[in-house]
Design a protein around this ligand. Structure first.
Ligand code: AMP
Ligand code: MG
Length: 324
């Protein structure tokens, strides 16, 4: 494992590594990705190995230019182009029918492929320099916390050839994932782009929130109920009396962090800003993984706007949600 800077010479080294079938972890605005050439099946297989990710969980393919879409999907419809224009580069992943050239290992055998253009200069330069699309899941072991800083990547992954030192990510939670056809857009995973954001851009198309399982059937393979877990028990609760006398870290949504119960408090956003809270969510969980506390308690957040995505990640990370 070697670190690389974000200057153009370093990115050229990273791009050569991608071309040669190696793995590169790179920053995006959401979380760090573990990238390989999307059209090199052997390289993509190494992503699964390194992450210990089950093969039923498909990857997101990252592009830096809209012209790359046609190599990945045969469905470049007016709705797709309007979504791309409105939200790319940005934290929205589109699930579309795949081209035959896209290998089954990328899509877990599905006939659809997930595609995104990240809003991060380093990621865009890396993709362009490598001359291919880059398949990249989050750069963490399967089921563990997503990395929002290059140090989080090296904490979990040892076999990756290069990690680009891009510092902290800005959005901080994974992209919104949606499947698209001409009549309907289905939200498969909540993120910073919300159903309301999409409705504003394309009011005539139905937007369906599919993130709640119907009859135990998960519409998207990655939507396991347990995911993103820290190595310590995490409770969601705002009744701190339940934990009196215990040594725990508290993730507060807002405020100044002055409180007597917890051993340590991590405030997601002093002024209670939802986007800032999302940016800091995984940082807080990584922090308490390292700190000397026995477990973590997180304050529940109102499920509105990006709060939906924050609570989605918290509930999946949580051992228990203690509702009052
Ligand atoms: P990650 O890159 O680790 O954030 O995970 C990517 C997630 O995107 C997967 O876990 C799936 O939930 C979703 N995804 C990727 N490809 C597809 C697809 N073809 N159909 C539905 N969901 C997908
Ligand atoms: Mg992930």
């Amino acid at each position: 494992m070697a670190y690389l800077g974000t200057d153009i010479e370093s990115l050229k080294v990273a791009a050569e590594a991608i071309k040669a079938g190696k793995l590169v972890s790179f920053p995006t605005e959401t979380v760090y990705g573990l990238g390989a050439d999307a059209f090199n099946a052997g390289a993509v297989a190494r992503i699964f190995q390194e992450k210990e990710r089950p093969s039923f969980d498909p990857l997101i393919v990252h592009i830096s230019h809209i012209d790359q879409l046609s190599r990945l999907t045969r469905s470049i419809t007016p709705v797709v182009l309007r979504l791309a224009e409105a939200f790319w580069p940005g934290p929205l992943t589109l699930v579309l029918p795949k081209q035959p050239e896209v290998h089954d290992i990328v899509t877990s055998g599905l006939d659809t492929v997930a595609i995104r253009m990240p809003n991060h200069l380093v990621a865009l330069q890396l993709i362009t320099l490598s001359g291919t699309a880059i398949a990249a899941p989050s750069a963490n072991k399967f089921g563990q916390l997503s990395p929002t800083h290059h140090k989080h990547v090296t904490k979990q992954l040892k076999g990756v050839e290069y990690v680009i030192e891009g510092g902290s990510t800005t959005v901080g939670i994974e992209s919104s994932v949606v499947s698209v056809d001409e009549m309907k857009i289905q939200i498969l995973r909540p993120g910073a782009v919300t159903a309301a954001d999409i409705k504003k851009v394309i009011p005539e198309v139905e937007v369906v929130d599919f993130t709640k399982p119907v009859d135990n059937h998960l519409p998207s393979p990655g939507l396991l109920n347990s995911h993103y877990s820290p190595k310590k028990p995490l409770y969601i609760s705002n009744n701190l009396d339940l934990f009196a006398g215990k040594k725990y870290g508290y993730i507060a949504f807002s405020g100044d962090g002055e409180m007597s119960g917890p051993a340590k408090v991590f405030v997601l956003s002093a002024k209670g800003d939802f986007a800032e809270a999302a940016t800091n969510l995984f940082r807080a969980l990584h922090y308490f993984e390292e700190e000397e506390v026995d477990f973590i308690v997180a304050e529940p957040i109102a499920e509105q706007g990006i709060g939906v995505a924050i609570m989605d990640r918290l509930k999946k990370a949580a051992f228990q949600y203690l509702k009052d």
